[in-house]
Design a protein around this ligand. Sequence first.
Ligand SMILES: [Zn+2]
Length: 295
Amino acid sequence: MKRSVLLGILLGVGAASMAAQTPAAPKVIDILKLKDNLYVLTSSTPGNAATFSGGNVAVFITDGGVTLVDDKLAGWGQAVLDKVKSVTDKPITTIINTHTHGDHTGNNGFFGASVEIVAHENTKTNMEKMDAFKGDNAKFLPKQTYKDKLTIGSGKDRIDLYYFGAAHTSGDTFVVFPALRVLHTGDAFAWKDGPLCDRNNGGSCVSFPQTLAKAIAGVKDVDTVIPGHSPMQTPKDLQMYQTFTADLLSHAIDAMKAGKSVDEATASFKVDKYPGYKNERVKGSIQAVYDELKK
Ligand SMILES: [Zn+2]
């Protein structure tokens, strides 16, 4: 046996045994049945890289096919598809991207250019800056965009897309399934903590409370809210989040006027009066307000 061949075998065995020691974590996505023809693909809570698959995905099964709201992180496309196939034989025909981030748009390419991809016009602009959508991959950008409101389908299959202004990014879509009384907020309501305002993509913690107030006033008759990254919520929870973001904004503005540092402003903001809320992201939100108002 030639030395190089033997070396190859040894290396091969070495690689195989290493692979056996550290198997790739199986990509597990949980599925939740919300209504007869609406499911949510969860496993959406950030923090554990092995289990975090991206944002909550709504799976809406219509006569004409399946519409997904968001499509999780790149690499999770097959796991998403397998879960969809576990509840319907219908093909995925439409994907709505609530906003630009890779944990919501990561599998546009996996599902392919034949799927109709829909997003707010500012989200398309934001996505054009992402490496994932450059060159040949530009074909996975949204083809259908809108400015203020867009309706897809009719009757029980109707989906309404609303834009109420900047919040998490400059292109956050609120997706409503009127027949089912369900709202998907994307990351305009991601979690019960300080909002992430992505200023590089036009997000604004200054506009955030107002945008949420417009959404609450503009979207009526829902009983269930699918948030970006936490368990299912109610319209009451969304209302509390609006109050929380408004409180956080006015606290940051007052602290800034009083010459306080971001750390001081963070330390004096109390989340106790908001049941179930954390303050892990409050500093980031206050920093975003300071940065935005500084100029
Ligand atoms: Zn996001």
